[in-house]
Ligand binder design. Structure first.
Ligand code: CUA
Length: 332
């Protein structure tokens, strides 16, 4: 196993779940190779052993054996069920970011990756992250379908326009790792890539401090909230023209047509761009669309800002990677 992983054919393993993904992959490969070889050898052996030996050789009548048939049905069934449940286990690890993961953002466009740190730093085609901190990347696209792929972390996920997809990873080794777009997205697709730089916590903080910090996501969101005049309808003293934006995280809205709707990122995005699509019960479709006035990065900022407004449960604020990496450094 270790030998296989060290073959130059395989990418480096640099995330906490790289081993789980590899183990499943190698097991599937082993099973496929074993049965392919077994069948190929048996085809040759039987062809030679049971070949027609004379003009009037008609063979012997077929014999059937129930135990034999049960055996060759049950053994593969056990193997594929094992592969299935093992696959589910790895899938759940890959698609459930830990609760303490720090949220970063990525926007794909023809042909670049734009990243934003919770601290406000922005990067294009490069992403700097601290080692040993779980990082959740919320991603969307400005144009066509892209795919975020870092082989060393064993993460890959499609990045779609008008959707939010997430991947998470916790890097285990400082270093520079390739980042690819893994979905054909036009003429420059093959060049749409970059590097993920994994750094020791103190190096990461030094890097952050040395960069132009930019505005944090929440600060950008707050500014947009005022600039786009969201506050004129969505705050307490406006006569209830629009729903109050309180405790949005994890709650549901009752819609005018009687359905309920989880107030997730996608619903908030839709409500900004196409407000009439899902009107909250008791309100009129008064809100104008902001389509064309706000780009994907601004949408992310506005949604993050709105989601933490008047949050009664504390701790919904944006945790930064610097705080997390400091904690990780403290733990040793
Ligand atoms: Cu973006 Cu390929």
């Amino acid at each position: 196993m270790e030998i296989l992983r060290n073959l130059p054919l395989f990418p480096e393993s640099a995330s906490t779940f790289a081993r789980d993904v590899d183990a499943l992959y190698f097991f599937g490969l082993f099973i496929a190779a074993f049965f392919s070889l077994l069948i190929a050898v048996l085809v040759v052996v039987f062809a030679v052993k049971f070949k027609r030996r004379s003009e009037n050789d008609y063979g012997i009548p077929e014999k059937t054996s129930l135990p034999l048939e049960i055996t060759w049905s049950v053994i593969p069934l056990i193997i594929v069920l094992g592969l299935f449940f093992w696959g589910v286990k790895v899938f759940v690890i890959l698609y459930r970011p830990p609760a303490d993961a720090v949220e970063y953002f990525a926007v794909g466009k023809q042909w670049m990756w734009k990243f934003q740190h919770p601290e406000g730093n922005r990067e294009i085609n490069d992403l700097h992250v601290p080692v040993g901190v779980p990082i959740k990347l919320t991603m969307t696209s400005e144009d066509v379908i892209h795919s975020f792929f870092v082989p060393a972390f064993r993460v890959k996920a499609d990045v779609l326009p008008a959707r939010y997809t997430t991947v998470w990873f916790e890097a285990t080794k400082p270093g520079k790792y390739h980042l690819f777009c893994a979905e054909f997205c036009g003429a420059e697709h093959s060049r749409m890539g970059g590097s993920v730089y994994v750094m020791e916590p103190h190096d990461y903080e030094a890097w952050l401090a040395g960069e132009e910090p930019g505005k944090s996501l929440l600060a950008s969101g707050e500014e947009l909230f005022t600039d786009l005049a969201c506050h004129t309808c969505h705050t307490g003293d406006t006569g209830g023209r629009g729903p109050l934006l309180t405790n949005l995280t994890g709650s549901e809205a009752l819609l005018a047509d009687g359905r309920t709707q989880e107030r997730d990122d996608l619903y908030l995005r839709e409500s900004i761009l196409d407000p009439a699509a899902k009107i909250v019960a008791g309100y009129q479709p008064l809100m104008p669309s902001f389509q064309g006035q706000i780009n994907e990065e601004q949408l992310l900022a506005l949604i993050r800002y709105v989601k933490q407004l008047n949050q009664t449960a504390p701790g919904e604020g944006v945790q930064t990677a610097a705080q997390s990496s400091a904690a990780a450094a403290d733990e040793g």
